[in-house]
Every structure is written in structure tokens, then in C-alpha cells.
Design a protein around this ligand. Structure first.
Ligand SMILES: [Fe+2]
Ligand SMILES: [Fe+2]
Length: 175
């Protein structure tokens, strides 16, 4: 997990606010996924014990749906992933609007990178819609705690820093 307070700031305050929100969303998501993993491991252990006694648990898909609907925190994870997605859409839209208004030269390249990352986020989100297996929880945990924050940090210190500096120097306000 990455703490916003430990990341470099850019020259436009609205961007720093969006970045803070993104790190907070992913850190909260990681915490929920950790709790879900602990509960899921516990639930699997109980299922194995039930199997040992010959209890019929239905087919695998029904079992998965049953676990997901009964997994505490499952709904919160869905909501938080939705929040992260909507916040990211807004974050990118604000930057793109700003780049357009100030005719930032590398705006097409920057916009393309935003599109790529949004598509990646939507793919990760859709994993949770499919199942809440231990593998999925671990995968999303890595995404929320490491892969996405690392991408964001790298994006902040490269493309966002250059863009904010350019806009700031060309009359953009820092609000
Ligand atoms: Fe940004
Ligand atoms: Fe950006």
C-alpha cells in the first residue's frame, strides 16, 4: 500500500486531491479484501469439514454463488470497486479537460494512457462480478495494494508532473 503523504505533489491542487482519493480508495479496498480472504479461508475449512461428513453442497457454481452472497464484506468490496472506478473516471476527465483547455502538447499520449488504465481497471472489476474465490481475492489484493498504486505513483512522477508543470507555467490556476 502507498500513503499519499509520502508521494510527490504536482503543481495543480485539484490533481493532488484526486491522487489522494485514489490512494485512499485502494488502501480501503485492500483492507476489505484482507478481511474477505480470512473469512473465505475459514469458510473453505468449514466446507471441507462438512464434506468429510458427506454433506451435499450442490455443484461448484451454486456453491460459489452461495459463498459470495453470504461472505460478509462482499457487497462493500463491490461498492468500493465501483467507487474506485468512478473516482478514476472523474480524475482522468478533469486532467483531460485541463490539458485541452491549455493545449498541453502531449495530451493525446496522456489521454491514451488513461484509456489503457481504465480498461485494465474495468477488467479487474469484472473478476469480482464473476467469483470471489481465494485466487480472485489474492489477485485483486495485489492489484489494489501494489499494481495500481505503483502505476499511479509512476504516472504522477512522469506524465502528471510534466502536465501540471506546463499548465501551471501557462496560466493554469492551482485550485
Ligand atoms: Fe493524475
Ligand atoms: Fe494523468
Amino acid at each position: 500500500m502507498i500513503d499519499f503523504e509520502c508521494t510527490p505533489q504536482v503543481d495543480l491542487e485539484f490533481m493532488n486531491r484526486e491522487h489522494r482519493k485514489a490512494f485512499e480508495d485502494t488502501n480501503a479496498l485492500k483492507r476489505l479484501l484482507d478481511s474477505a480472504l480470512a473469512l473465505r479461508l475459514e469458510s473453505d475449512l468449514e466446507s471441507e469439514t462438512a464434506d468429510d461428513f458427506g454433506v451435499e453442497l450442490g455443484n461448484e457454481i451454486e456453491h460459489e454463488v452461495e459463498i459470495k452472497s453470504s461472505l460478509p464484506g462482499s457487497e462493500e468490496i463491490e461498492q468500493l470497486m465501483q467507487t474506485l472506478l468512478l473516482d478514476t473516471v472523474r480524475h482522468f476527465e478533469l486532467e483531460e479537460q485541463c490539458m485541452e483547455e491549455h493545449s498541453f502538447p502531449a495530451r493525446a499520449e496522456h489521454r491514451l494512457e488513461h484509456r489503457r488504465v481504465l480498461q485494465w481497471m474495468e477488467e479487474e472489476h469484472s473478476r469480482w462480478s464473476r467469483d470471489c474465490s481465494i485466487e480472485t481475492i489474492n489477485h485483486l489484493s495485489l492489484y489494489a495494494a501494489d499494481k495500481f498504486p505503483q502505476w499511479l505513483l509512476n504516472h504522477i512522477v512522469t506524465m502528471d508532473t510534466v502536465m501540471a508543470s506546463y499548465v501551471h507555467r501557462h496560466g493554469g490556476n492551482s485550485l
